[in-house]
Write a protein that binds this ligand. Structure first.
Ligand SMILES: [Zn+2]
Length: 197
């Protein structure tokens, strides 16, 4: 086989069917390195808190340690807390991205990292990073996409109080925005606080 000018995924097509699956393999491997990174593990260790009495019932009796989310300020069990790169590692889609992605992901100091809760603040922060949008916009977009994943019948039920037409997804989207604006619906992605970061 003449390998000249060939790419790795052309040489081993049964392993990677395209450039995108090749890069996705490296993203996974590098993220694995990140999950075992001593800087990450030590940061978690240093931020570990004893469960305060008033949080015991909410977190459950079996939870021994907890962490405070640096954005919403709430206490979370370790399974609901994640270490975020304040400056995002960015995308890894081509060979050219490898160096910058790996160095932003792995060459980090404690000050480059923050603890964020898994269900609220981290998704909002990741959305802000990926789309370069405001906190407000990220929280609204995430809320909308979560809402629109429900069956149409359920969406209509929830939005019926708005009195707006709800026949197609676009109408329901508009009604959703209006319901959030009027306070008829609560945005489950509201409550983050990245303004002082
Ligand atoms: Zn949070």
């Amino acid at each position: 086989m003449d390998l000249k000018g060939k790419t790795p995924w052309e040489v081993l097509p049964t392993v990677w069917k395209s450039e995108s699956s090749y890069m996705s393999f490296f993203r996974g491997q590098l993220r694995r390195a990140w999950s075992r990174h001593p800087m990450r593990i030590e940061l978690l260790k240093s931020r570990r808190l004893k469960v305060p009495e008033e949080e015991r019932e909410r977190l459950g009796n079996r939870i021994k340690h907890c962490y405070r989310c640096e954005s919403c300020g709430k206490i979370h069990a370790s399974k609901n807390i994640e270490v975020d790169h304040i400056k995002p590692a960015g995308s890894l889609k081509t060979k050219e991205d490898l160096g910058s992605f790996a160095s932003r992901l792995l060459f980090v100091m404690p000050g480059d990292l923050q603890l964020l809760c898994k269900d609220l603040c981290h998704p909002v922060k990741s959305y802000m990073d990926a789309r370069n949008v405001s906190e407000e916009e990220a929280s609204l977009s995430l809320a909308l996409s979560k809402f629109m994943k429900q069956p149409a019948k359920k969406q209509k039920n929830i939005l019926s109080v708005t009195g707006l037409p709800l026949n197609n997804p676009e109408q329901r989207k508009q009604a959703f925005y209006s319901a959030i604006k009027e306070g008829v619906l609560t945005n489950p992605f509201k409550g983050t606080n990245f303004s002082n970061k």
